[in-house]
Ligand binder design. Sequence first.
Ligand code: ADP
Ligand code: MG
Length: 491
Amino acid sequence: MEWSEELSGGLLLAAPDAILVLDEGVIVLANDRAEELFGYPRAELLGRPVGMVFTDDSRAMHDEREPIGAVATSVRRKDGTEVPVESTSAVVDTPHGRLAVSVVRDLTDRAHAEQEKARLRAETQVHRSQRLESLGQLAGGIAHDFNNMLGVIVNYANFVIEEAESAEPDVKMIMADARQVIRAGERGTDLTHQLLAFARREVVRPQVLDLNTVIGEVEEMLRRSIGEQITLIVRPGAHLPPVTCDPGQIEQLLVNLASNARDAMPSGGNLVIDTEAHDDQVRMRVSDSGRGMAPDVVEHAFEPFFTTKASGEGTGLGLATVYGIVTQAGGEVSIASSPGLGTTVTVLLPAASGSLSAPDLSDSAPVKGRGETLLVVEDEAALRDVAGRILSGAGYRVLAAECGPEALELAAAHQGAIDLLVSDVVMPGMLGKDLAERLCVVRPETRVLYMSGYAQPVLHTHGTLDPGVALLEKPFTANDLLIAVRRRLDG
Ligand code: ADP
Ligand code: MG
């Protein structure tokens, strides 16, 4: 193929970069892209020294006697703006003499991308350190709370012993002190539930329920927890379709929202909870007449660990937990708030297609054993003792083991029936699931009840318990344990 003027013209036209041909540092040829990049019409480029457009000492860079490779530099456009470029030069011998060819590539996009990357990197770093800082605050807050509770427990348990050992033990006083121990333990239980719920490890048991009923059940508790200077008004909507939710989680959600409302109304006000049917959704709103939030607080309010409260007063987990609960139930949550006017949190939940679930029995009186034999397997000695005492006290025969292999040995040596295996889920050596499987091979009549602080991911993968598996969440009360055992035996 013959080289032609047309061909070089076409190359100059098609090139994505600016191309200059220089004769002793003077521009003798420039393509269209050069006009665009430098901002000069071609007529103003031709015949001018190349130094006019480059910011650096471009004479050296584009000198045809000493060609150099690619350099990063910048050009100054006619309008004065600077553009980062990469300039590549080559020297060619032509019939007209030695010429330099410079290809100048616009790096603006690449520079932007680099800047953007650096900015993102810096931002991630800030987020990470903020998160670490808030994690530290959270850990500090929890350690502080637990320390207080443990202090109460240890001290009051000592009072109980002292009083019991005294010459004339005062039973009333002993009982009052023991109640303090229980109260502190219950507060610790609440705190761990909240943390577990937040970490999404707690088992969720969705059921078809009426939101108005759940609100009615916690109304009194909410009223007490917000104090007398705040008026709680509940406006249940009529003909509310049921929703599919874990009632415990709805309670948790209401408690978190009410506690935020209380904090926002230090000198009193109104807290209104209303519900309404909305097409195929159920809307629940929790509104307060408190101090409200500035837009930048609203923007971050759902973020875990975001709090405007003093350390030890807020964990920043309240709204994050609400968000987790609502989205897990397939719903949406939003905040409308302005400073001085108050706050409304709106929760939308999909209406359920099924009918209401049977009411739960947990409020009925504790259920006794009828001499059934239970095999209790738990690696933590204190918990194993507690469970054993509660169960034998209620009329069950209890075999206790600290691990799977020991449980299998006990079962092999036991003559009569074993009605129920009550087993921890995560144990060193053998998991509860494997123990249950092996036991059921030899004793297919034995039923199984698991106890666990977290069932995921050992029992299932989606946070929702398989309907065939019975699970008792730790920590549990005597009542919880007796009900779960009775239900498993009768069910
Ligand atoms: P915490 O209560 O531990 O600070 P939350 O996640 O519950 O964490 O709330 C995050 C932040 O959102 C609070 O610190 C507060 O600034 C703001 N906030 C939440 N609810 C309300 C409300 N009802 N009124 C005013 N501000 C609120
Ligand atoms: Mg809160």
